[in-house]
Design a protein around this ligand. Structure first.
Ligand SMILES: [Cu+2]
Length: 155
């Protein structure tokens, strides 16, 4: 290699690593508490209750640990505001297969949502725990909310 290229190469590498660090840093949000939930091929969450404190920054890590294809057994976690009718929300969701069964017409009913996940996929979302109370969370894949539901208690 021509020696005059060496300084340029060093500069390029340094610049690259700085940009890389900044990108990683931007993704690394701080959270007060981390909640991990898995979804299974038997249409279940492994965690159907969890508790956080009002005002806490919550990191929700959801993973689909099943093996069945997403079109047959996709899962998400949607945390709903208080007083939202779960059945009505999930019935609306069926109209949005290309949106991962997220009912964008009812997005104001939602505190937080993960993406719809296929096998071995995971998604992390952050939200601030709302006012004290009990909040429903559900999977909006058609038919799943009967079994895939849980309660978030905010103290
Ligand atoms: Cu599901």
């Amino acid at each position: 290699m021509n020696k005059s290229f060496l300084p340029l190469l060093v500069i390029a590498l340094l610049t690259g690593s700085i940009i890389f660090t900044q990108l990683i840093g931007a993704k690394e949000e701080k959270a007060d508490v981390t909640i991990a939930i898995n979804g299974t091929d038997t249409m279940m969450y492994d965690k159907t209750v969890f508790e956080v404190k009002s005002g806490q920054k919550v990191k929700l890590v959801f993973k689909n640990i099943g093996k069945l294809p997403k079109v047959a057994m996709g899962h998400n976690v949607v945390i709903l505001k208080k007083g939202v009718n779960v059945a009505a929300f999930c019935t609306e969701a069926i109209k949005f297969p290309t949106e991962g069964y997220f009912p964008k017409t009812k997005k104001d009913d939602v505190i937080a949502t993960t993406k719809l996940l296929g096998p071995d996929e995971s998604d992390t979302v952050f939200f601030t725990a709302p006012a004290p109370g009990v909040y429903d969370y559900v999977c909006t894949f058609p038919g799943h909310f009967a079994l895939m539901k849980g309660k978030m208690t905010v103290k």
